[in-house]
Ligand binder design. Sequence first.
Ligand code: SF4
Length: 762
Amino acid sequence: PGRAAPSGIAADTHCPYCALQCGMSLTPVQDRGPDGGASPRVVVAPREFPTNKGGLCQKGWTSASLLTAHDRLTVPLVRDRTVDAAGAVTRGGLRPATWDEALGRVARGLTEIQAASGRDAVAVFGGGGLTNEKAYALGKLARTVLRTANIDYNGRFCMASAAAGANRAFGADRGLPFPLADLAGADAVLLLGSNLAETMPPSVQHLAGVRSRGGLVVVDPRRSATAALTGAGAPGGAADAPPQGVHLQPVPGTDLVVLLALLHVVWAEGLADEEYLAARVSGVDDVRRAVAAWWPERAETVCGIAADELRRVARLLAAASPVRGGRGAYVLTGRGVEQSTQGTATVTAAIDLALALGLPGRTGSGYGAITGQGNGQGGREHGQKADQLPGYRKIDDPAARAHVAAVWGVDPASLPGPGKPAVELLRSLGTPGGPRALLVHGSNVLVSAPDATRVAERLDALDLLVVCDLVPSETALRADVVLPVTQWAEEEGTMTSLEGRVIRRRQAVTPPTGVRSELWVFAELARRLGSTVPFPLDPAEVFDELARASAGGVADYSGLSHARLDADEAAGGPGLFWPVPAVPARLSEPDRAVDRGASDNPAGRGTHPGTPRLFLDRFHTPDGRARMVAVDHVGPSDDVRPDAPVYLVTGRVLQHYQSGAQTRRVAELDRIVPGPFVEMHPILGFRLGIQDGDPVRLTSSRGEVRAPARWSDKIRPDTVFMPFHWSGAGSVNRITTDATDPISGMPEFKVCAVAVAPDPAG
Ligand code: SF4
């Protein structure tokens, strides 16, 4: 298949990877690509933007390589199935097909499956990397054309517990309800389970101020690159290190106990902001009573952190709080504490702590969650989540259904109800009464889902698996139909950063011949399935519809348009924070326009300047008060025991992103970290007879994985760490547990029990 002639225009856009959405400029280069053809190539340059302040990480610098990936999909692929007289199905290999054949196969398959087994027999799986426009249109396709309840997305793996905790406490979930740059002015930041220095390196610039004041507290079972920013492990020991902060290294799965103990100390030592609690928070007494049981010496026996260290951190945070005359403090959570069967409870305890200190809803202080995926924030606002409609509305809310149905021109009664959360959905594929077809967009579940071997079995049990992707990911290679689609620098759209800042993604190059936009795929599928619901092809038009659908919701984009965002950026404004309702802001609200100056709205529909800081006047609950909720520690679902005595924690490395489907194809990144490894403390290595570099086998009750050992004194001797970016024998999600948080449905990626042994086959 041929590629388009190199063409394009210089464009100011954002990195295709994580939620920091670093600003970058792309300049097309008119030369011949390495494949000898006329591949469109671009040169990446960092651009000043508030989250990255002109910085990029290695992934961003090399992101142009994605456009010239050697195995870029440029033609649809289909797999033929034959059924013999006995009914046995044989699946052939994937072969090239025309778009007409491929989409005909999809439409015919979906029609037959729904006719035989009902609407919910078709399921949809979206992704947190899709633009706002694509996430919105995918949800609309599921609800109005397929009319299936079974839609969810991979954000369930990364943001669901933070979202559940924030929604319960504040009535709204915007990962950071304040600009990231606000961290610079704080006296203390408590960072739980987030390795910012590797996952989004430019963000650590915002921690320079707090480090200089000795107020960075990192909670992580590993002395990660971020934990090292506290000065822990510095050459010469703590005595020689500048006073940058504290690293707490708890037993995996006990972060909640750390938080309960901090809360205990706050109240036991009279450090709570009682005036704030009385004025703005409900549920206080229940929490005060519950944490009385977690005195530091008791907590120490569970989490392994010395009682005096817990007291020191509680006092450090309290001293930074505004009520004690500090500059401010933040409590931030990441996947390390959220990807747990008690993830929502842990987020809740983090919020309870922030509330006890009087932080949320105050400029210069607060609670936030560090969103991971590029559009992990927007991805959960526009209707690809099982229980939600656009505008971050609940799908079982009659008023929300009526509003969105009117925008879509359908009967509210025709909209399905809530579907199954992602893990439950994947488990149900191909089971009796479960979905028989699955459409996958922007996700590589065969590598990224927990207990991935079972996921592979479930995918193989389907009658029809359809995958839209840029490259032949592991999941695409298992599909019946693969549809090649455009990627970041080939398309227009919007993303929403980890701060809730709505920004423009811009096209710099023409996509390869044969590739189509997912918006086109949705429109074409709707037409072939006989729907009269319109699916616009122009991303600006889709955004306008999304904005109307979001009007009045928590995530209100109704005052925004592509034209307004473009005009705002041309005038020096780096995006607008939602909510941006179409009606003007009340002038008395003090949080308006603090970050970027009021917009005079030279184009587009709205005049509202956006909302950099939420909750300054009131929380989004019916009575305007935040809700504290009492929680308690239960422990991991798969705890250590004699036959699996070592904790396994998983995570990312700097050079790779999520399932690695993209970054493994970037030669410069692959060369630095070409495969998985098992990080273990030398003490554990000695005990098990495993030297640095030796082949290792990890076994859990789900299966086993193999990878070389990497000795490190940065990890606890009772714990091993594996990154999750690879498939095959070293694909760690083959052995992670698919147990989920009972409230959020989020899987427990971050801790399970394994046996560790030398690998005789290595
Ligand atoms: Fe920035 Fe994240 Fe891209 Fe790195 S991966 S350049 S931190 S947006």
